[in-house]
Design a protein around this ligand. Structure first.
Ligand code: URA
Length: 434
């Protein structure tokens, strides 16, 4: 078999077989197929596409390119959750403890943030001493005893995806449905859970700007999960404006803690309840979503969800006192307002610009090597549909550097479009694909 022939076949509209896809993925992971040939193949796939079978074979081949995590030592149904990412997305921080308090086993691998979107690991490191660098043995032990553990994604998990994703990133071949679906699902399948719950974001802050593309991606991933024998459900949710009010690591942790006490923002709380109730059904803890919601409400009102967060933080070396005293989490030196320059309704709040303003403050990474400031970020006081008068506070910027603060303030003002039309805030949940 020759890579040249496979590129030609795909370029001419052909369908690759399982053997051909395996040959290509094995060869690329082993360094035997050069980047230039794989780049040509990615571009051919970008234009020609892949059918359902090819997409499944690609996913399975990438999943098998490294370690397949064996979670059989864990009793019960293991449910994994994945979000396609966005601004202010701190869902795992609240949803994980809520679901674990209701008996679900959460064995989750997470990543760090790059660019204007944040990563769960960075956020969790707001707890002094917290570490996700735990051994697989410790990870499994914590899930068995506490019900929840989060570790950093190991290098051994789907290494072919890591290489391919880096290549796609620099060859303008990221935004192809089959390539995105196989990239995400290869990691989820390798991570070993029995059931997979996907949160596919759509809107200005998401990969999939258009709703119809988000639904198509959700359907594609659910199909892959089913074909691979895993119970998979996808929720399509709004990312046309940031989720909740907080953007920035420690600020998002504080918002997650407030949500676990029943005092979180409505959109974020609703997303946690929707995903959580599906998780409880998938994990066999609730008969239906209504019962799941009731269980989650109870875990919040009786304090068990918050206690679960404290237990989880402590088990991974973190200071659990901070869960009960969030004012002890990292705090910025300056808190300054962004004022509205006009009267009107907030018609738009552009996610990427809010994310970029937080990045400028130091809350995100420009490159993989950047260090981040956990204390800085933005608290949004006005969101889409709100009426504001000139001089009203639109948002509060938490900063440690005056120059960065001024640049971020200008940038954040660009995120707000204020006009005459009151646009009703849309629902956070746009649909569920089963
Ligand atoms: N996230 C991934 O993991 N892979 C993609 O291709 C896109 C988003």
């Amino acid at each position: 078999m020759r890579m040249y022939d496979l590129i030609m076949k795909k370029r001419n509209g052909g369908h690759l077989t399982e053997e051909e896809i395996d040959f290509m993925i094995r060869g690329y992971t082993a360094g035997e197929i050069p980047d230039y040939q794989m780049s040509a193949m990615m571009m051919a796939i970008y234009f020609v596409g892949m059918d359902e079978k090819e997409t499944l074979h690609l996913t399975m081949s990438m999943a098998r390119s490294g370690e397949l995590l064996d979670l059989s030592a864990l009793s019960g149904i293991k449910v994994d959750k994945h979000s396609t990412g966005g601004v202010g997305d701190k869902t795992s921080l609240a949803l994980g403890p809520m679901a674990a308090a209701c008996g679900i086993k959460i064995a989750k691998m997470s990543g760090r943030g790059l660019g204007h979107t944040g990563g769960t690991i960075d956020k969790l490191e707001s707890f002094e001493g917290f570490s996700t660098e735990i051994s697989t043995r410790q990870f499994i032990q914590n899930v068995n005893t506490i019900g929840i553990a989060i570790m950093g994604q190991t290098k051994e998990l789907a290494p072919a995806d890591k290489l391919l994703y880096a290549l796609r990133d620099v060859t303008a071949t990221v935004d192809n449905m089959s390539l995105i679906a196989s990239s995400i699902m290869s990691k989820k399948l390798a991570a070993g859970a029995d059931a997979i719950l996907l949160d596919v974001k759509t809107g200005s802050g998401a990969f999939m700007k258009k709703q119809e593309n988000a639904f198509a991606l959700a359907e594609e991933m659910v199909q892959i999960g089913k074909n691979a024998g895993r119970n998979t459900i996808a929720v399509v949710s709004d990312m046309d404006q940031p989720l909740g009010e907080a953007v920035g690591n420690a600020l998002e942790v504080k918002e997650a803690i407030a949500t676990l006490k029943g005092a979180g923002p409505a959109d974020f709380t609703e997303l946690c309840l929707t995903l959580g109730s599906l998780m409880l059904v998938m994990g066999g803890k609730a008969a239906d979503e209504e019962e799941g919601r009731e269980m989650l409400h109870k875990a919040v009102s009786d304090g068990s969800a918050l206690a679960k967060l404290a237990e989880f933080v402590k088990a991974q070396g973190g200071n659990d006192e901070m869960v009960y005293h969030p004012d002890r989490l990292p705090r910025a030196n300056m808190i300054e307002p962004l004022f509205s320059a006009e009267d009107g309704y907030v018609e738009e709040l552009i996610c990427d610009e809010v994310g970029n303003a937080s990045l400028i403050l130091g809350g995100g990474r420009e490159t993989k090597e950047s260090t981040i400031d956990l204390s800085v970020g933005i608290l949004l006081k006005k969101k889409v549909g709100d009426y504001v008068r000139r001089g009203d506070v639109l948002a509060l910027l938490h900063a440690n550097d005056r120059k960065k603060l001024e640049t971020a303030r200008d940038r954040l003002l660009q995120a707000y479009r204020i006009g005459k039309h009151q646009r009703a805030e849309g629902p956070v949940i746009l649909g569920v694909v089963r």
